[in-house]
Design a protein around this ligand. Structure first.
Ligand code: GLA
Length: 387
């Protein structure tokens, strides 16, 4: 891939002297969905697919940004003196946003650069192509300008870029999973204090299969922010009566004993998901530690049901594919992953059943929804690296 990136850079900027090539992964969340802004646990892992950047420092303050994935947009020309959101800059706003966030924290870039990006994460699939681009940018800034910054802080500044510069109110899961990724491990992260531990993913004779519904989701347009508000409202109502800091402070039992405080049935459903999903995630990691993959899969299935019925973030495409997956032989578990409303589902499938799984599910989905789903058998890779 390094050679390909050198060639791409040469094509756009003439020659490839003095360039460095970087990579940051995408991520998939195994369980713990819509818990990261409720102080709960998540359990994502970084993938071997991700985003590449070939970067060369300039001796002025210009930023020339090009993406092989968006060649129709050409070279996006901007500068370190124009770090404001501009719709016309499209994907390059993520890059600008990270430079902006770094500056806010006094990591100042003195010179601009020419960059060619290329990503092999399907765009808008819910596998965090934007967080990958953000962390990648933070990582090459650190390398070029020798900033003394830890990966964890790069994750936080990437989230800040997304929240405050791009205007998407996401939690910390995606950026953290990407910055801190570790081959063959998922990250059990407590989003209330960022304590984490790695958990080896030993699936024996099974593999992680990601199913892309090819229904593109746009986080900005989705009901993501609405769900966040509903959870905040529920939390505030609870706080009037009981002493908690986040919905994740509640156990299932405590929630059931106090849910009447919320009055509104809709808020009860939303908060129920946040509470139960957090507890499911804690249980799921224990199952893995005990090598109980079957129970882990069962918890994944329950997670989907909760996201469908209580949190209402799935939709016909994700439900069709996940519910059909449950009926297939060799499926340990399947659920939607990421924000929802389209995008991808994640499943664990026994190796010997994968071919039939893909064929049956693909046919069923095409017949029901009218267009194809895509399938990726994925491996868990490392966090950002210099190639
Ligand atoms: C998106 C957000 C994350 C998280 C998930 C839902 O991926 O970026 O912060 O909230 O949705 O779990």
């Amino acid at each position: 891939m390094k050679n390909r990136m050198l060639l791409e850079f040469e094509n756009i900027f003439g020659n490839s002297e003095d360039i460095k090539v970087f990579f940051a992964p995408g991520r998939v969340n195994l369980i713990g969905e819509h818990t990261d802004y409720n102080g709960g646990h998540v359990f994502p892992c970084s993938l071997t697919v991700g985003t590449y950047a070939a970067v060369r420092e300039r001796n002025d303050r210009n930023l020339n940004l090009y993406s092989v994935n968006f060649e129709e947009l050409g070279i996006i020309k901007t500068s370190l003196d124009k770090l404001v959101y501009d719709k016309a800059d499209d994907w390059a706003n993520y890059v600008k946003g990270v430079i902006w966030a770094f500056e806010k924290e006094n990591y100042i870039c003195n010179t601009g650069f020419d960059v060619v990006f290329y990503g092999n994460i399907p765009n808008k699939s819910g596998l965090s192509s934007s967080a990958s681009l953000e962390v990648l940018t933070g990582f090459f800034l650190k390398t070029f300008f020798k900033f003394n910054i830890e990966l964890k802080e790069i994750a936080l500044l990437s989230q800040m870029a997304e929240n405050e510069f791009v205007g998407v109110n996401c939690g910390i899961m995606d950026q953290f999973a990407i910055a801190m990724g570790k081959k063959d491990n998922a990250i059990f992260l407590n989003t209330s204090n960022l304590e984490y531990k790695y958990a080896p993913i030993k699936l024996e004779d099974a593999k992680i299969v990601i199913i892309n519904t090819n229904k593109q989701r746009a986080l900005e347009d989705s009901k993501y922010n609405e769900r966040r508000k509903e959870c905040e409202e529920a939390l505030n109502k609870f706080k009037e009566v009981i002493n908690i800091d986040s919905l994740a402070d509640l156990t299932e039992k405590k929630f059931e004993a106090n849910k009447h405080i919320l009055e509104n049935p809709l808020l009860i459903k939303r908060a129920k998901h946040a509470v139960y999903e957090n507890q499911r995630t804690i249980k799921a990691v224990k199952c893995l530690e005990n090598n109980d993959i079957e129970q882990f899969g069962e918890l994944m299935n329950q997670s989907h049901i909760s996201l469908k019925d209580d949190y209402e973030v799935t939709g016909i495409e994700l439900d069709t594919i996940v519910e059909a997956a449950w009926l297939e032989e060799g499926v340990v578990g399947a659920r939607m992953t990421g924000a929802g409303f389209g995008g991808c589902a994640v499943s664990i499938v026994k190796e010997e059943s994968i071919n039939r799984f893909i064929e049956n599910l693909g046919n069923h989905y095409k017949k029901t929804i009218g267009y194809e789903a895509s399938f990726y058998i994925v491996e868990i890779g490392n966090g950002p690296i210099v190639l």
